[in-house]
Design a binder for this molecule. Structure first.
Ligand code: NAP
Length: 545
């Protein structure tokens, strides 16, 4: 074991001293990373900006929020006892249930004592001479660490567009990412919701039941499939639990780490078969609608069949034809923005107290004291909700002033896009790791499964270093260049980059348009990561200082 590694467990409470590793974030990624580092005997300090564990599942509390991946899959697989003991109550878990699961994990594995809450890491600077990261926080901590690990989440840095006049609004403003813990009462209020991505789609039907009148400000219509959420039946759960190890093993080799890959092509079946199959998937519900045919994300014609089917569904549900028309999207392939999963989403537009405002046709000009002004008129409101998403994938990473060799800022190095290797390592930034960083399956997969894969890979790499007596690791530049090219090639072989989505950073003015997630599938990605380890980490350079 290297001298830099402590063999004794450390509580990490020495906030102004030195630890082996600083981890940023105490969501799914940070907690598992902490657990694994502790198994290696490392002294770990976790900093978490929120007041408790949970990450994005702590901050997001808007009504209607539930996961759009199935509970039995969107959960840790690394503890057989945990997955046997925990009982999910519904097919798609609510935010409170997911948060109580994460809290349970923190307590069960005694993780809290390594975490300092209400603390935002402000900077991390690599001290070349000492081979240590100097980490500072907004609470005045100054701590050095051999390893600096960002487990800060892909969707955690909220985005509030700069609407002119926002400060003049006399009503209440909310961002879904920072929802009041005490909840919000919309009864008797005129409410405006801006944004119809996954978040807006979940919030809108619930808010409509409360508000006196709800105005939905839609710029781009989402494609929404019904969740068909339901309580989990005991027989189903016990079948899963009896077979959990095998089910997880299969998921690790699947495309998204969730559903079996389909084998049929949408363009090779008869129109009747296609319609029946789409109809069957629609009645099953959930995001696996995108897994009806193998070529839905690679073949325009196949994709268009799915779009046409969804448009027919919208028109059959929404009673006012002019509203149904506005809810049909025509400018991007389905799945190129993440498909949304909703409950009574389209049905909500049949309510008398709901109005759809097309802000593509009539853009929001400014916020005024009494509401929202669009080009075609004013909407009087008591409350505005921003469901406007995130600075995804790179936002939380670049919120921290991270500086590598020669004081180079990560923000400068990534000025043209997040160049890295396997979504985990950046050249010129030794001993720095990202969990589910850009360039990895991350958001384009069951993210909990991808977190586990990345955390296991990082901890295996650190164990390898322990065994060899090395204390510094840095990826080679060529490996980064090759990986970035591969990520782009794979993305460009699909229809996914064709939308102006957060996958390409299009929702953030000035952000370089670069496709960020790896869409080659979790199975192939895992193989590449494993091959790297088996090669003795040939793409990395190690040293003892
Ligand atoms: P999002 O997908 O980025 O959607 C943001 C919405 O705000 C879009 O409709 C966008 O319109 C609109 N918008 C942004 N700026 C605007 C402006 N200036 N004027 C008018 N409209 C504006 O964000 P999100 O809905 O929070 O979802 C982000 C991701 O989080 C999802 O894709 C999903 O991966 C994850 N998520 C998951 C769950 C779940 O598991 N159930 C729930 C929520 C979120 P444009 O499309 O025109 O830009």
């Amino acid at each position: 074991m290297s001298e830099h590694f402590s063999s004794t467990l450390h509580t990490g409470s020495d906030h102004s001293g030195q630890v082996d590793a600083v981890v940023v974030g105490a969501g799914f990624a940070g907690l598992y990373m902490l657990y694994k580092l502790r198994l290696l005997g490392l002294r770990v300090q976790v900093f978490e900006a929120n007041a408790d564990v949970g990450g994005t599942w702590y901050a997001n509390r808007y009504p209607g929020l539930r996961c759009d991946a199935e509970s039995v899959e969107y959960s840790y697989s690394w503890s057989e006892d945990l997955q046997q003991d925990w009982c999910w109550s519904e097919r798609f878990a609510t935010q409170p249930e997911i948060l109580s699961y994460i809290r349970h994990v923190a307590e069960r594995f005694d993780l809290r004592r390594h975490i300092q809450f209400d603390t935002r890491v402000s900077s991390a600077v690599f001290d070349e001479a000492r081979g240590l990261w100097q980490v500072r926080t907004d609470q005045g901590n100054a701590i050095s660490a051999r390893y600096f690990i960002m487990a800060s989440g892909c969707l955690s840095s909220a985005r509030l567009p700069s609407f002119e006049g926002l400060e003049t609004f006399e009503g209440d403003c909310y961002h879904t990412v920072d929802w009041p813990k005490a909840g919000v009462d919309f009864r008797g209020k005129r409410v405006g919701i801006i944004g119809t991505g996954s978040t807006g789609v979940q919030l809108i039907p619930v808010a409509a039941q409360q508000a006196e009148h709800l105005y939905v400000f839609q710029r781009t219509p989402a494609y929404v499939v019904p969740a068909r959420n339901a309580p989990l039946e005991a027989d189903y759960v016990s079948r899963i639990k009896n077979d959990y190890v095998a089910i997880r093993a299969v998921a690790r080799q699947q495309g998204l780490g969730l559903y079996p890959r389909p084998t049929e092509s949408a363009v090779e079946v008869s129109p009747e078969t296609r319609e029946q199959t789409f109809e069957r998937q629609w009645s099953v519900g959930g995001p696996q609608f995108m897994f009806t045919y193998k070529d839905m994300l690679t073949n325009k014609e196949a994709n268009q069949y799915a779009v046409d089917f969804l448009h027919r569904k919208i028109r059959s549900i929404v009673t006012r034809p002019e509203v149904a028309d506005e809810l049909c999207s025509h400018d991007y392939p389905v799945g190129a923005k993440r498909i949304c999963v909703g409950t009574d989403y389209y049905e909500t537009y049949n309510r008398d107290n709901v109005s759809l405002v097309n802000v593509r046709k009539s853009p929001i000009e400014r916020i005024v004291p009494k509401g929202i002004r669009t080009r075609d008129g004013d909407y009087a409101l008591d409350a505005i909700v921003f469901a406007t998403g995130y600075d995804a994938m790179t936002g939380a990473l670049l919120d921290v002033d991270i500086r590598g060799l020669g004081g180079r800022r990560l923000a400068d190095k990534w000025a043209a896009g997040p160049q890295n290797y396997l979504g985990v390592s950046v050249s010129e930034f030794p001993n720095f790791f990202m969990i589910t960083g850009p360039g990895s399956p991350s958001v384009f997969s069951n993210v909990v499964l991808s977190i586990e894969q990345h955390v296991d890979w990082v901890s295996d790499c650190l164990q390898y270093m322990q065994e060899k007596g090395w204390s510094r690791v840095a990826v080679k530049e060529q490996a980064v260049l090759d990986w970035v090219e591969h990520v782009n090639q794979v993305a460009n072989s699909t229809l996914i980059p064709q939308a102006n989505s957060w996958y390409v950073g299009a929702n953030i003015p000035g952000k370089p348009r670069v496709f960020m997630p790896y869409v080659g599938g979790v199975g192939p990605f895992r193989k590449k990561c494993d091959a790297e380890a088996e090669s003795g980490y040939a793409s990395f350079e190690f040293s003892a200082v």
